[in-house]
Design a protein around this ligand. Structure first.
Ligand SMILES: [Zn+2]
Length: 285
């Protein structure tokens, strides 16, 4: 993590589809840059002009990530809610902001730092009841200390829906995207199409702990690494992964390649329009 005052702009540009760890890193980053400071806010593109005018001149009290949702809490019970979606992107830096080029939805600056946001799915102000409603729509987030995994299992254990689809449903578990879900199911030796109701309580307990472990590591490293030491290139002599995503993974986006554990070809399938990847041998169920 970059220390306060020494800012590398564009440090998150390697992210592909932001999963929860990216949003938690952004929340920490934004608090480092702006918490306790009065901010000036505008919307060069104009689509957030009214909200920007209400925020401008207020002090950022703190930030928070919940799943893939980023919240900035400002003095006066004003909360800025951002969901990046597929195309949203933040940039930040020290000193004065650069001239706004293109579609800058939100621009925020203090005496020391600036931040700009382009292309989000959501950028809006929420009242406290609206923040509560947002929390109520989301399942437990493995990266939050207040997460209650029993809430998720109450949904999973009653459902005939494939486990992969349940874990991607943000109202069941918040913050998990395709990489975490695919990889956690591999590590648990569970077939992605296993009906939720067939997952045992012990199986869920292990899966939750593994999600917490993988996601916490991703927050620390800024990338998703899921491969155990015994299966890393250093241990087995195989070539390291080459992928825009960056981290070492077992099956995500490796269709046709040999499984790092058993050598079987990794399979790809689709589920509700999303790609799924799994090893038919290790995850035979
Ligand atoms: Zn395998």
């Amino acid at each position: 993590m970059t220390s306060r005052g020494r800012v590398r702009p564009g440090w998150l540009t390697l992210a592909v589809v932001p999963e929860g760890h990216t949003i938690h890193r952004l929340a920490t980053r934004h608090a480092e840059l702006f918490a306790g400071d009065k901010v000036h806010v505008d919307s060069p593109q104009g689509r957030f002009a009214e909200g920007a005018a209400r925020l401008s001149g207020t002090v950022l009290d703190g930030t928070e990530a919940y799943g893939k949702h980023l919240l900035h809490h400002y003095a006066g019970e004003l909360t800025l809610h951002v969901h990046l979606g597929l195309y949203g992107k933040f940039a930040d830096g020290s000193g004065a902001p650069p001239p706004a080029v293109g579609q800058v939805r939100l621009r925020l600056r203090s005496d020391r730092h600036w931040l700009e946001l382009r292309g989000p799915t959501a950028c809006e102000l929420l009242t406290p009841p609206e923040v509560a409603a947002l929390r109520g729509r989301l399942g437990p987030d493995p990266l939050r200390a207040d997460a209650d995994p029993d809430r998720a299992y109450a949904r999973i254990r009653r459902s005939p829906t494939p486990l992969a689809a349940l874990l991607l449903d943000q109202s069941v578990v918040a913050g998990t995207g395709l990489i975490f879900v695919t990889e956690a199911l591999f590590r648990a030796a569970l077939p992605p199409l296993l009906p939720g109701r067939d997952l045992t309580p012990a199986g869920w307990a292990d899966l939750w702990v593994d999600l917490v472990t993988l996601m916490t590591r991703a927050v620390e490293r800024g990338r998703i690494d899921t491969v155990r030491d015994a299966h890393l290139p250093e241990a087995t002599g195989r070539a390291p992964r080459v992928d825009r995503h960056g981290g070492e993974v077992y099956v995500y986006r490796r269709p046709g390649a040999p499984c790092h554990v058993c050598g079987t070809e990794v399979r790809r399938g689709t589920l509700a329009g999303r790609n799924l990847y799994w090893c038919p041998t290790c995850q035979a169920g």
